[in-house]
Each structure stands twice: as C-alpha cells, then as structure tokens.
Design a protein around this ligand. Structure first.
Ligand code: ZN
Ligand code: ZN
Ligand code: ZN
Length: 318
C-alpha cells in the first residue's frame, strides 16, 4: 500500500475546507492540514518541508490576508516542484489566474468544487508520481548494476596484479578493456593502500599494426619452422661423429656405432642446453623467435615492432 501525500488546504471558508477534507478522505488522503490564511499556510508549508513532508497544496485564489500569488511564489522558493492546485470561482481567463498558471500552478479547480474534478486532478498527480517513482527505481537499478560491474572489474584488476606480480598500465587497460582513467585510478588506489609499488615508466613491445601490447613471443625451429621442440643436453661421440640426445646413449652405448662411450672430453662431449626439434630432429644452440599480436593476430620480428611506454607497477602486499 502506497502512502499518500499530505495535503495542505489553504481556504478561509471553514465549510469549503471541511468539504475538501471529506472529498480527499474518500480518495484515501488522511494527512490533511487546513490553514485559513496565506501567512499561516506558508509557515505550515515550510515546517512540513523541513520535516521532509512535501504536501500537495490546494490554494484558494482569494485569501483574507495576502494574495494567492504571494503564497505561491513563497512556496516555490521553498520547494520549486510543489504541486499547487488553484481553487477559484473566478474565470480561467482572469489575468491573475493566468499569471499563476504561468508560474506553474498544477491545475485549476473551479468553484463550486465537484468531487469528480478533484478526483481527476489527484489521480493525475498520482500517475505522475508513480511514473517518476518507477523511473527513479530504474535509475537506481542501473546504478546498482554499474556499481556491481565496477566492483567486478576492480576484483579482476586485483586478480591480474596478484598473478602477474608486475604489469604496466598499457597492458592492464588492454586486458580489462576499460578506459585508462578507470584502470589508473584503481591502480592509484592500490598504490595508496601499499599493495603495489610504482616502478616508473616502462617500455613494452607493441604491435606495429594495431598498437596492442598483448603480445606473445613465439619460438620455432630454424630448420623446419616447427614450434614443437624441447630443450635438452646432447652428446657428441667423437669416434663416429654421432650427436644425439643424452638419453639416447642407453647404458653409455652410442646409438649409432653401438660402442661404449668412455671418458668425457676424451671420446665424447656433452653439449648443454640445446634446442632439439621434435619434428625434424635438428638441434640448435639458439632458436628463432617472432612476436605475435594476440589482438590482430599478425606476426612480426623484434626489429619491426613498435614500443609503447606506460607506468609499471609491482605487487608487494597482495
Ligand atoms: Zn625442425
Ligand atoms: Zn658412435
Ligand atoms: Zn596487432
């Protein structure tokens, strides 16, 4: 059940005041304040607004003390979006009435007052309030969703910082897919909380086509270009010239000539850390490398890359 607004009736005739009150009660409005003068009405209005009560005002056009115009303008100053319904026996075309409507009087209620007209006006106000209520609920929901997303992104940033230990703003912006300012402000916050430290500007390899810093290095066999290789130790048997992996010499037996290898440095040598291609079985002390852009998926050599610099951070207390 929606609580209905308070209503402030500004009416010097007690009979009309009571009539309005009884009509309003039929519409389920029970918080009704009746003021017989304009001055009292302004005072009452002010104290209600101060208590966060925003009454709908029924304002009689002819008051005994001050003008309806004066009451209305004073109320507008207190609450610019006040709903004021003007009750009058005077014609709508009257310049004074027109003036009040121009100032923003919500409706014009003709005297003698009929229940149906009053009902219609209050129903319109309720519909309008209902609309704004729904509108602001939607805005609230949208804000909540936005906050949740931002919280998720912040968690994501912290997760990345924690797992990478060291990272650049450029990399983070790209990974998170959010505006620089958002990422930077969150990293600053982590810095203030002593969770990360600023390592200053750092240069990173960037794609020469799309500028992305999400780059990975690819390694491959110089002979057959296969990326399928391993790092291992090789043994060269001087007598027969066989060079194969250490573990192919089972029981110190050369896999080529089937003779025993005897003394290191005399009849064989160990070649440490060589790359052995699983595809063509060739071996190399060095392997070829290229860079690969994970965004636009092109390959490029170190000489052809572009460089981007941005602030770099290191996780310390995470
Ligand atoms: Zn190969
Ligand atoms: Zn041999
Ligand atoms: Zn690229």
């Amino acid at each position: 059940m929606v609580t209905k607004d308070d209503v402030l009736i500004v009416e010097d005739s007690p009979v009309t005041g009571e009539l309005l009150k009884s009509y309003l009660e039929q519409l389920d409005y029970f918080q009704i304040h009746i003021c017989a003068t304009g001055k009292l009405a302004v005072k009452t209005f002010k104290s209600l607004v101060r208590k966060k009560i925003e009454p709908i005002v029924l304002l009689d056009y002819s008051l005994p003390d001050i003008t309806a115009h004066s009451v209305f303008t004073q109320m507008l100053k207190i609450k610019p979006n006040v709903h004021v319904i003007l009750e009058t026996a005077t014609e709508r075309e009257d310049p004074g009435i027109k003036d009040l409507i121009r100032l923003g009087a919500f409706r014009y209620l003709e005297k003698p007052i009929r229940f149906e007209s009053l009902k219609e006006i209050f129903e319109t106000i309720e519909k309008e309030q209902d609309f704004f209520q729904r509108e602001s609920t939607q805005i609230e929901l949208f804000k909540q969703a936005t906050n949740e997303i931002q919280a998720q992104i912040q968690d994501h940033i912290e997760f990345v910082v924690k797992s990478l230990k060291q990272l650049s703003v450029n990399f983070m912006v790209q990974l998170i897919g959010q505006a620089d300012e958002f990422v930077i402000s969150h990293l600053k916050k982590l810095e203030d909380e002593n969770k990360i430290i600023n390592l200053g500007e750092k240069k990173e390899i960037a794609c020469n086509q799309c500028d992305s810093v999400k780059i990975t290095q690819l390694f491959y066999c110089p002979a057959c270009k296969s990326p399928n290789f391993k790092l291992g130790h090789l043994i060269e048997h001087y007598d027969c010239g066989n060079i194969t992996e250490e573990n192919s010499y089972k029981n110190d037996m050369c896999p080529n000539c089937h003779r025993e290898i005897k003394a290191l440095g005399v009849d064989y040598r160990v070649m440490q850390n060589h790359y052995i291609c699983n595809n063509c079985n060739e071996f190399f002390p060095e392997i070829l490398s290229e860079y690969f852009c994970l965004k636009c998926e092109i390959k490029f050599k170190l000489d052809d890359c572009s460089w981007k610099s941005s602030t770099c951070y290191k996780a310390i207390n995470m």
